[in-house]
Ligand binder design. Sequence first.
Ligand code: FPP
Length: 250
Amino acid sequence: MKTLKPENLPRHLAIIMDGNGRWAKERMLRRIVGHRKGVETVRVIVEECSRLKIGYLTLFAFSAENWLRPKTEVTALMALLKQYIRGETARMMQNDIRFNVIGNRADLPEDVNREIDSTIQKTSGNRGMLLTLALSYGGRQEIISAARRLASEAAAGRLDPDSIDENSFGASLSTAGIPDPDLLIRTSGEMRISNFLLWQLAYAELYFTEVNWPEFDRDELARALKDYQSRERRFGKTSDQLRRGGEQPS
Ligand code: FPP
């Protein structure tokens, strides 16, 4: 495979890690075995993204809707998360990674929240990649809570509704300060956004692969990044405008 152009990597990569259950089922294993293998992939991909100097990596680890799964699976996933966060903190320090979480943290078990707080605090001085886990996260829920907050500011007379624009709305979301994703990868052949970063993905390039998350590796990541590098991102402009690097007379 040809080498990646370091100057044209996504600044922000978002991933919907899907297919742990199917990977396990195909091998007559329990779903949790697939999730465990999925955590190994998380380790590999986090490290590789940090090595490639991708600035922001956001992983959809648990959706607001995932609470509807069987209780045993939810409990096992929470235990895996806690283990991952605790076990990876030292490596995050070695790799200068800053840790962050978005989503409804009030839904998470207390011990998971304690682990999250501790790792956020320990890694807060790091200046390399920002690793964000989306936990109990839903894009619509996030947009609604931002709208509520802005509406109550307006109702209290502290905010002029006409002053709300894309920038101020974006700054009211849990991803405030994080650039929008340039590339979204979803594994396991599903071609949906599934309520992930609905606002933020407006102009993202989308990449879908048949590979299940437990088998997604450095080579698969390189393939996705290579594909991204072949895309022309026009942001509503024409190809000519982009080539000339400016506005075209109409
Ligand atoms: C999708 O597989 C994956 C998830 C619901 C969660 C992703 C979780 C992990 C990779 C492990 C924990 C994460 C971290 C960051 C430690 P699925 O169960 O939906 O698979 P299926 O669609 O084949 O059933």
